[in-house]
Design a protein around this ligand. Structure first.
Ligand code: F6R
Length: 257
């Protein structure tokens, strides 16, 4: 695992965007695994700037998002489809037909999950999977316990996650959908590279648990430690409770500003 601790959120998101852009320029037809949530907002802002000002080309890119709320349609403003359109897809030259998210309003959610897995496979697999980490230690919406061989499926959201994500739902966790479609931990581990990004003090405890605690289904994010090509980018605050030993293995970078 390559651990990089950046001085602040801005430099951390910029580095994550640079890593994605490098992969995109190195491949003819890159396949990206994307994530949503507050952590990723800065990454997508930076990628949009790179597209506009430096000509970063998305025309041959295929993407697969990690997850979507069950019951929400693509045009629902609270959906992850809407998040991706408004923060990234509408501002870059990606083909919308190649930008995939699971359909939260599919009539048969199990069939939708199976089809999503198949589509990832027929696209040749994911080159780089971007990951955030939730308060429960989830990656995607893989709530504890999530077996490390789990596949794309419909899951019940943990109460903590519904509280964490209440903001888009009028601040009321009870309004957050009870279920979501998510790539499984096994699906995520099949990506050729993993890139986990965490920002802010509120992530410090769960980041330490994921990187230093037991590797197992109780903390899905701990699974990334089993992956041979994994980069973790933290800002100083999210890294603040890591042990001296872990920090000594990290690469510290000065602010790029
Ligand atoms: C979202 C996702 C989740 C988030 C995580 C952190 O697609 O897969 O695992 O990355 O819940 O969310 P934020 O960034 O809002 O703290």
């Amino acid at each position: 695992m390559r651990l990089i601790i950046m001085p602040d959120p801005h430099s951390a998101t910029r580095l994550a965007a640079n890593e994605i852009a490098s992969l995109m320029t190195a491949r003819n037809s890159p396949v990206l695994g994307l994530a949503t949530g507050r952590t990723m907002e800065g990454v997508y802002r930076d990628l949009c700037v790179m597209h506009r000002e430096e000509g970063l080309d998305f025309s041959t890119t295929t993407s697969f998002n990690l997850d979507e709320y069950a019951g929400l349609s693509a045009d629902d403003r609270r959906s992850y489809h809407h998040y991706m359109n408004s923060l990234l897809f509408n501002h870059v030259n990606i083909r919308l037909s190649a930008a995939h998210l699971p359909a939260g309003d599919a009539s048969d959610l199990d069939a939708e999950c199976t089809a999503y897995e198949k589509l990832i496979e027929t696209s040749g697999g994911i080159d780089l999977q971007l990951l955030g980490i939730g308060d429960t230690g989830h990656i995607g919406f893989n709530e504890p316990p999530s077996p490390f061989d789990s596949r794309t499926r419909c899951v019940a959201l943990n109460r903590k996650t519904r509280i964490q994500n209440g903001g888009m739902f009028g601040g009321n966790p009870d309004n957050v959908p009870t279920h979501a479609l998510t790539m499984g931990v096994g699906t995520i581990l099949e990506a050729r590279h993993l890139l986990l990004l965490a920002l802010g003090k509120s992530k410090a405890a769960i980041v330490a648990k994921a990187l230093e605690g037991a590797v197992g289904p109780e903390v899905s994010a701990s699974a990334i430690r089993l992956h041979p090509q994994c980069t973790v980018i933290l800002d100083a605050e999210s890294a603040s409770t890591l042990s001296v030993e872990t920090r000594s293995q990290a690469l510290y970078q000065e602010s790029q500003d």
